[in-house]
Design a protein around this ligand. Structure first.
Ligand code: V47
Length: 356
C-alpha cells in the first residue's frame, strides 16, 4: 500500500490491520505525529489528564523471575521486604492527608505471606477510607494467587471486589507475542490468561488499564500484534480505560538488550497506539518510563494522560527510572501548562475533578 493511501485511511478513521500498523512506523515522525494529534484534539482538545495518586509496592519477594525486572529480590537486589498491614495503612493515611485520591498497589508474587495478607490490606484501607480508589493487583498477581491457592480467576476477582478493589492496573501484559514472552518472562501469566482475566473483570462491570513493555528485544511487529489483540478484547468488553506503553528501563536486571529505542521510536509508538486503538479512550504517557521531557512531547503525539504524582515508585526506579520520589503537584501542573496543554485533575475513572 502506498503511504498516501495509508494516510488517507487514517484520516477517514478506517481501521488498520497488522501490516498497515507496521507500515505506520515507516511514515516520517511529523506526518505520523500530526495524524495522532488530530485524533487526540478531536477527543480532548488541549486537555491533559493526571491524577493525585500514590504507588504502593508492599513486597518484592517473588517466585517468578522476569528477565527485565530489577525490583524483585534476587542476587542483584538482595533487600527482601514484605510490609505489614499497619505499614501499608500508614502509607495510605499519609497519602490521603497529602491529597491522594487513588492508591495503586502492585506487589510481587510472594508465596510466603498468604492470601489474607493481599486481600486484608485492601479491606483495611477501604474500611478507613471508603472513597479512596483502590487500583490493585495485576493479572500476573491474580494468576499467581489463583494457582497458589487453588482458586478460579472468578473466585479471586470476586474476593478482590469484596475486599474493596475498585479497578485493576495494566501491569503484567509485557508483550503478548508468545516467543518473546517465553524469553523475557517464562512461567508467569500467559498472554491468553492475561486477556482472559481482564475479560472476566470487565464482565463484572469493572474497569482496568493495560500496559505494553517495549524497547527491549521485541520488534515493531510484536508491538502491533500486542495492540491489535487489545483492540479485539476492547471490542468485546469496552472495559479498558487507558493504554500505557512502558519504555523498558535497562539497569540492574538480566535482560541484555542490543539497542534501546530512540526518542523518535518512542514517540512513534505513542502515535501508532492512538491511531490503532480507536476504542480505548486514553493513551497514557507514563512519565516514569518515558522521562518527563518526552512525556510532555508525547502530548503532541497522541497521548492525553500523564498518570499522576505517584509519591513513591519502586518498580521502574529499581531499573534506572528517575521516579523514586514521585513528582510535586505544583511542578507537574506547571510543566503541563508550560508545554501548552491544560492540566485536568481526574479521578481514576476519568471524571474531571479540577481544571488548573
Ligand atoms: O508489568 C518491570 C513493568 C509494570 C521494568 O495501570 C518495567 O495505570 C520498564 O503496571 N522497565 C508494572 N518497565 C507497572 C504498571 C503500571 C504503571 C503505571 C500505571 C499503570 C496503570 C500500571 O512495570 C510491569 C512491567 O511491565 N516493568 N520492569 C523495567 N525494567
Amino acid at each position: 500500500m502506498k503511504q498516501e493511501e495509508l494516510i488517507n485511511k487514517v484520516k477517514n478513521r478506517e481501521r488498520l490491520n497488522q501490516a498497515e500498523g507496521e507500515a505506520l512506523y515507516e511514515l516520517d515522525l511529523y506526518t505520523l505525529g500530526d495524524l495522532a494529534d488530530n485524533i487526540r484534539k478531536e477527543k480532548y482538545g488541549k486537555k491533559s489528564y493526571f491524577n493525585i495518586n500514590r504507588h504502593i509496592n508492599p513486597t518484592n519477594i517473588c517466585k517468578d523471575i522476569c528477565k527485565f525486572c530489577a525490583y524483585s529480590a534476587t542476587r542483584k537486589n538482595p533487600n527482601q521486604y514484605a510490609m505489614s498491614h499497619e505499614e501499608i495503612l500508614n502509607i495510605a493515611r499519609n497519602s490521603v492527608s497529602n491529597g491522594a485520591k487513588e492508591v495503586h498497589i502492585v506487589s510481587a508474587h510472594n508465596p510466603d505471606v498468604g492470601l489474607d495478607w493481599y486481600m486484608g490490606a485492601f479491606s483495611k484501607i477501604k474500611q478507613e477510607f471508603p472513597t479512596l480508589h483502590i487500583k490493585a493487583l495485576t493479572a500476573a498477581e491474580i494468576n499467581f494467587l489463583a494457582e497458589e491457592y487453588n482458586m478460579s480467576y472468578d473466585e479471586v476477582l470476586d474476593l478482590m471486589i469484596k475486599s474493596g478493589v475498585d479497578s485493576m492496573p495494566g501491569g503484567g501484559a509485557e508483550i503478548f507475542d508468545e516467543e518473546v514472552r517465553a524469553f523475557i518472562c517464562k512461567g508467569k501469566v500467559t498472554s491468553s490468561q492475561w486477556l482472559d482475566i481482564h475479560r472476566k473483570w470487565h464482565k463484572k462491570g469493572k474497569m482496568s488499564n493495560v500496559t505494553m513493555l517495549f524497547g527491549h528485544i521485541e520488534e515493531r511487529k510484536h508491538r502491533i500484534d500486542h495492540i491489535l489483540r487489545l483492540r479485539e478484547l476492547q471490542d468485546e468488553t469496552g472495559g479498558f480505560n487507558a493504554f500505557i506503553p512502558l519504555v523498558y528501563q535497562k539497569e540492574n536486571n538480566y535482560l541484555k538488550v542490543k539497542e534501546y529505542p530512540s526518542g523518535q521510536e518512542i514517540l512513534k509508538t505513542y502515535a501508532i497506539s492512538r491511531i490503532l486503538l480507536d476504542n480505548i479512550p486514553h493513551i497514557k504517557a507514563y512519565w516514569v518510563t518515558a522521562s518527563i521531557g518526552l512525556a510532555l512531547i508525547a502530548q503532541e503525539f497522541g497521548a492525553d494522560d500523564l498518570d499522576g504524582t505517584i509519591e513513591k515508585e519502586s518498580i521502574q526506579s529499581s531499573a534506572g527510572a528517575k521516579s523514586a520520589n514521585g513528582m510535586n503537584i505544583q511542578e507537574f501542573v506547571g510543566l503541563i501548562k508550560n508545554s501548552g496543554f491544560n492540566p485536568i485533575e481526574r479521578d481514576s475513572l476519568y471524571n474531571e475533578l479540577k481544571i488548573y
